[in-house]
Structure formats: structure tokens, C-alpha cells
Design a protein around this ligand. Structure first.
Ligand code: G
Ligand code: G
Ligand code: MN
Ligand code: NA
Length: 248
């Protein structure tokens, strides 16, 4: 909790930074998007994982500042990434339920994107189904506004929460990210394969871009090759990397 006093300073000082992980077209291996993932090295406590502090930042009412900072950095970094990987590359940013409840979020997000000479269509906002369902009325209204502005909306960690199908039906979505838990044992158990296939087909039939999360090895990647139009994300294609340390 004391950590929360250090968040704003860490954003300014460079103790927080973004890493980017590719989402690829599984058939041809081309990168279609990069997801921004926040990192924090605390001067006293060392590395603090987002799972450890993002929920606190939501509770303490400072997630809004964090999310806008992430969006700003991601927009800035999108220029070199697009120069390298193509102008239709999308940059993905994780958004929390608390952000959607903030009445100015869409205006502030729109202003940041414009300031960087980008269009909302260049940005994908990833929201977990748990976040969407925590206050569905507010989430639906804000997501509708953001979608109308042109932002792409992704349902993150699909299948890990309690109301997956409900979220699919209720929100205006462009992308479905199938939670990596679906891949556990998928090569060994026919029932798991059928569930995975059904989840992918559900997304495709709703005209969503389908992203399979957590692909770690070649065996899974080869299995996924049989399904056309699929996108994937995972250590197999690339770990989150620091744009400033490596040349991508
Ligand atoms: O990459 P990683 O293991 O560190 O991410 C862990 C979790 O933290 C993931 O669920 C991811 O969505 C979340 N996360 C990473 N970066 C951000 C961020 O900038 N904002 C929010 N709200 N969540 C993030
Ligand atoms: O927002 P989301 O929950 O999808 O965040 C992605 C999280 O998953 C990050 O923590 C990222 O580091 C992690 N991740 C990305 N690829 C893999 C993978 O192949 N295996 C595992 N175990 N985690 C992954
Ligand atoms: Mn995500
Ligand atoms: Na997530």
C-alpha cells in the first residue's frame, strides 16, 4: 500500500517503462500488433509485477493516471514500430474497469491519440471480461463511445472469468483474446481441443479478430496452423521486449 505513494514519481523518473509483445498472424508469422505491458523497478523493492500493484492502483484511484501515461507512451512508441512493421500495425493498451467509469476517459484518450498524430483506429483497448462485467452498464456506455470514436476494443482473457458469453453478447468488440488457460493440455485431450476450437469459431463467427494467448512452443503453434485467419501471442513468437534496449 505504501507502494502507491511512489507510483506517480515512478512514472516520471523512469522507474516505470513499457515493454511490447507481438501479436502475429499465425499462418504467415507477420506481426499485426504489439501489446504494451507496464514494468516497474522500485528503488527499494526491486521488480514489482503489474499483478501485484495494478489492483492497488485501481483501489487507490490512481489507475486513471497510469492508463493515460501508458497510452501516451504507447502512442509515441507506435511511430518507430509502425515504420518498421507497417502502417496498419495496431498498438494495444490494457484498460481497467475504473478507467471506463471515469467520465472524461474517452475525451482524454482521444486527445492523447490526436496529439501523437494517430487515429483511434490505430489503437486497441484491451479490457478483461471481469472488468467489463464489474459495472456492465457503465462499461457498455463508455465502450460504445470509444468504439464510435474508432478505437478498437478487445475482450482480454476470454474464458477466464465468470460471464464470458454474456460479455460477448453485450459489448461492441473487434477482437477476442482467448485466455491462455485454454491451451493447457490441448494437444493431449480431445475434449480440450473441442472447447478451444469452439471458442475460436465463436469469435470468428462474430466477425472478431481472434487472438490465442500464451503460445509457448512449436507443437501448439503447428496445431494452430490448421485454422485460417488466427492470430497468436506468446513466448513462442516473442517475449515482451524493451524498445530502448533492443533493436526491433
Ligand atoms: O506482462 P505481464 O505478466 O506482466 O502482465 C500481467 C498482467 O498485468 C496482465 O494481465 C496484464 O494485462 C496486466 N497489465 C500489464 N500492463 C498493464 C497496464 O499498463 N495496465 C493495466 N491495467 N494492466 C496491465
Ligand atoms: O493482458 P494479458 O493478461 O493478456 O497479459 C499478457 C500476460 O501474459 C503478460 O503477463 C505476459 O507477460 C504474459 N505472457 C505472454 N505470453 C506468454 C506465454 O507464452 N506464456 C505465459 N505463461 N505468459 C505469457
Ligand atoms: Mn492484455
Ligand atoms: Na489481461
Amino acid at each position: 500500500q505504501l507502494l502507491m505513494l511512489d507510483v506517480e514519481e515512478a512514472l516520471k523518473s523512469g522507474d516505470m517503462w513499457l515493454e511490447y509483445q507481438p501479436k502475429v498472424n499465425i499462418r504467415d508469422g507477420r506481426t499485426v500488433s504489439f501489446e504494451a505491458l507496464i514494468r516497474w523497478r522500485h528503488p527499494e523493492f526491486g521488480r514489482v509485477a503489474p499483478d501485484q500493484w495494478i489492483p492497488l492502483a485501481e483501489e487507490f484511484g490512481i489507475i486513471h493516471t497510469v492508463t493515460l501515461w501508458v497510452l501516451d507512451r504507447a502512442c509515441r512508441d507506435s511511430h518507430p514500430l509502425r515504420a518498421k512493421h507497417g502502417q496498419d500495425l495496431s498498438i494495444a493498451v490494457n484498460v481497467s474497469a475504473k478507467d471506463l467509469a471515469h467520465s472524461l476517459f474517452h475525451e482524454e484518450a482521444g486527445a492523447i491519440v490526436r496529439r501523437h498524430k494517430l487515429e483511434p483506429a490505430n489503437i486497441t483497448l484491451e479490457i478483461t471480461e471481469t472488468a467489463m462485467m464489474s459495472d456492465p452498464e457503465t462499461a457498455r456506455a463508455t465502450l460504445h463511445t470509444l468504439s464510435t470514436m474508432g478505437f478498437r476494443i478487445a475482450l482480454d482473457d476470454f474464458g477466464s472469468g465468470h460471464s464470458s458469453l454474456g460479455a460477448l453478447a453485450q459489448f461492441e468488440l473487434d477482437e477476442l483474446k482467448i485466455d491462455r488457460s485454454f491451451l493447457e493440455g490441448v494437444l493431449d485431450y480431445p475434449a480440450r481441443q473441442k472447447i478451444m476450437i469452439a471458442a475460436m469459431e465463436l469469435g470468428t463467427s462474430l466477425d472478431l479478430d481472434v487472438v490465442v494467448e500464451g503460445v509457448e512452443d512449436e507443437a501448439i503453434a503447428l496445431w494452430l496452423h490448421q485454422f485460417p485467419g488466427l492470430h497468436g501471442q506468446g513466448y513462442y513468437w516473442g517475449r515482451p521486449f524493451n524498445l530502448r534496449l533492443r533493436n526491433h
